[in-house]
Design a protein around this ligand. Structure first.
Ligand code: AMP
Ligand code: GLY
Length: 424
C-alpha cells in the first residue's frame, strides 16, 4: 500500500517511523517532510498551508491512503476534498475539525452535551469583555477563538491584564484574525493530561495517555510553546480513569457530533486538567499531539495502519491497539530564542551517537539535510525519545542521548517527567 503522510514535524516523523514498520506499507511519502523523515519516507515538496498544493501532489502520487498530521489542512477541509474525489484519507472533516479550530464552538458544544469544562464567556468586543469579566475571579484565562499554534492563550493575574490582553487580541495584534473573537475562561488548577482516542464516528478506542510540558523553561516557567517534552506511562491514567474519560468526555463528543449529523472520524485529542472537581476539558485537538505522539507511538506494539483503517472503515474497537507497559519520554531540543525569534541553519552533530543509546530514537521536528549533514530549520528541532521498563530509566536514557547532540544555541528542558518521578 502507498501511504502519504502530510506534515513536517516530530509528530509526522513518529507517524512515518511507525507506519514504516507495517508489513502492508510498500511505499511511504511525506509532504513536505524534513531532514530526518527522509530516512524513512520519500519527502515531496508541497505547501501544507495550501489545499491546492496538496491536491495536486496527491493527484500525482495517487496514494492508497493519506494521513494528515497538522490541524491547518483539516481546518481547510482536506478530508472533505479527498472524500469528494473518492480518495482514502484519515482524519475529521472540516465541520468536525471545528472542535479545534474554534474555541467558542468547542465551548458551546461542551455545554450542549454536558461535557465537563471550565466556565466561560464568548466576547466579540471589548465592551463584552468588560461586562463578562465581572463574573470571573482571578487569575482568568483569555483565549483567541481561532488556531494560534499554542500562542493564543494568556493566563492573566489581574482583570486589568485581562483587559489589555483582550484589547490586543481583538485588535489583531497578538495572533491576527484568530483573535477577532476571544473566549474568557475560568482558571483551572491541577495536572494536565493529553488523552487521545481513535474514533470511527460511532465507537472510540483510547490510546495510552501522555503528559506534555508546554512552557519553554524548567519548572513551567516562561511562555507557552508547541510543547517541550512529554512522557507516557501505564500509571498516568489507570483503567478506571480511562473508562471515566471515555464515558464522560470522548464518547459524548462523538455522539454529540453524530446528533448534529457530523461523523467524527480520526483522532480526538482531549487536553484535560485533572482538578479537585474532576477532569475538565481545556481544549480539543482533532489530530495527534506534538510531542505527545512521539512517546505514545513508541509504546505502540500493534500495527498503526490497522488502527487507521479501522477508523476510516468504521470498525474501531479496543482491540485496535496493543501497548507496551514500558514508559517512554520525549525531550524536545529547540533553537535558542524559540518560541520568540530564532535563527536556523545551525549544523547539528551527534544524532547517530544519541541513537546508539539503548531504547532511543531521535525524531526530527525542524531539520534539513544537506548531503550527510543535518541543520536546524525550525523552532523545535529534535524530539529525543526513549523507552524503558521504568520511567526513571527512560528519562536517564533520553538525557544521556540529548547530551551527545550539539548545535549552536540548543535549548532543552532539564525537568521533563520530573514531577511524575518525584511523586512515584
Ligand atoms: P489550550 O490551547 O486551550 O490548551 O491552552 C494552552 C495551555 O494553556 C494549556 O495546555 C494549559 O497549560 C493552559 N490553559 C489553558 N486553559 C486553561 C485554564 N482554563 N486554566 C488553566 N490553564 C489553562
Ligand atoms: N502538544 C500539544 C498539541 O499538540 O497541541
Amino acid at each position: 500500500m502507498k501511504v502519504l503522510v502530510i506534515g513536517s514535524g516530530g509528530r509526522e516523523h513518529a507517524l512515518v517511523w511507525k507506519l514504516s514498520q507495517s508489513p502492508r506499507v510498500s511505499k511511504l511519502y511525506c509532504a513536505p517532510g524534513n531532514g530526518g523523515i527522509g530516512n524513512e519516507a520519500e519527502c515531496l515538496p508541497a505547501d501544507q498551508k495550501s489545499l491546492d498544493s496538496l491536491l495536486v501532489l496527491a493527484h500525482q502520487v495517487q496514494p492508497d491512503l493519506t494521513v494528515v498530521g497538522p490541524e491547518l489542512p483539516l481546518q481547510l477541509g482536506i478530508v472533505d476534498e479527498f472524500q469528494r474525489r473518492g480518495w482514502r484519507i484519515f482524519g475529521p472533516t472540516k465541520a468536525a475539525a471545528q472542535l479545534e479550530s474554534s474555541k467558542s464552538f468547542a465551548k458551546e458544544f461542551m455545554q450542549r452535551y454536558r461535557i465537563p469544562t471550565g466556565h466561560y464567556a464568548i466576547c466579540d468586543s471589548l465592551d463584552e469583555v468588560m461586562e463578562a469579566l465581572s463574573r470571573f475571579s482571578t487569575p482568568v484565562v483569555v483565549k483567541a477563538d481561532g488556531l494560534a499554534a499554542g500562542k493564543g492563550v494568556a493566563i492573566c493575574q489581574t482583570k486589568d491584564e485581562a483587559v489589555l490582553t483582550a484589547t490586543d487580541m481583538l485588535a489583531g495584534k497578538m495572533v491576527g484574525l484568530a483573535g477577532s473573537r476571544v473566549v474568557l475562561e475560568e482558571y483551572l488548577e491541577g495536572d494536565e493530561i493529553s488523552f487521545l482516542v481513535l474514533s470511527d464516528g460511532e465507537r472510540v478506542a483510547p490510546l495510552v495517555a501522555a503528559q506534555d510540558h508546554k512552557r519553554i523553561g524548567d519548572g513551567d516557567s516562561g511562555p507557552n510553546t508547541g510543547g517541550m517534552g512529554a512522557y507516557s506511562t501505564a500509571s498516568l491514567v489507570d483503567e478506571q480513569m480511562q473508562n471515566w474519560l471515555v464515558q464522560h468526555i470522548a464518547r459524548p463528543v462523538v455522539e454529540g457530533m453524530k446528533a448534529e449529523d457530523v461523523d467524527y472520524k480520526g483522532i480526538l485529542y482531549c487536553g484535560l486538567m485533572v482538578t479537585a472537581r474532576g477532569p475538565m476539558v481545556l481544549e480539543f485537538n482533532c489530530r495527534f499531539g506534538d510531542p505527545e505522539t512521539q512517546p505514545i507511538l513508541m509504546r505502540l506494539e500493534s500495527d498503526l495502519l490497522d488502527a487507521i483503517e479501522a477508523s476510516i472503515d468504521g470498525h474501531v474497537s479496543d482491540g485496535d491497539f496493543r501497548w507496551s507497559k514500558d514508559a517512554s519520554v520525549c525531550v524536545v531540543m529547540s533553537s535558542g530564542g524559540y518560541p520568540g525569534v530564532f535563527e536556523i541553519g545551525k549544523k547539528i552533530t551527534g544524532i547517530e551517537d544519541a541513537e546508539s543509546v539503548e531504547g532511543v530514537k531521535v525524531f526530527h521536528s525542524g531539520t534539513s539535510r544537506i548531503g550527510d549533514a543535518y541543520y536546524t530549520a525550525g523552532g523545535r528541532v529534535l524530539g529525543v525519545t526513549a523507552s524503558a521498563a521504568e520511567l526513571s530509566s527512560a528519562v536517564k536514557r533520553a538525557y544521556e542521548a540529548v547530551s551527545k547532540i550539539r548545535f549552536e544555541g540548543a535549548h532543552y528542558r532539564k525537568d521533563i517527567a520530573a514531577r511524575a518521578l518525584k511523586k512515584s
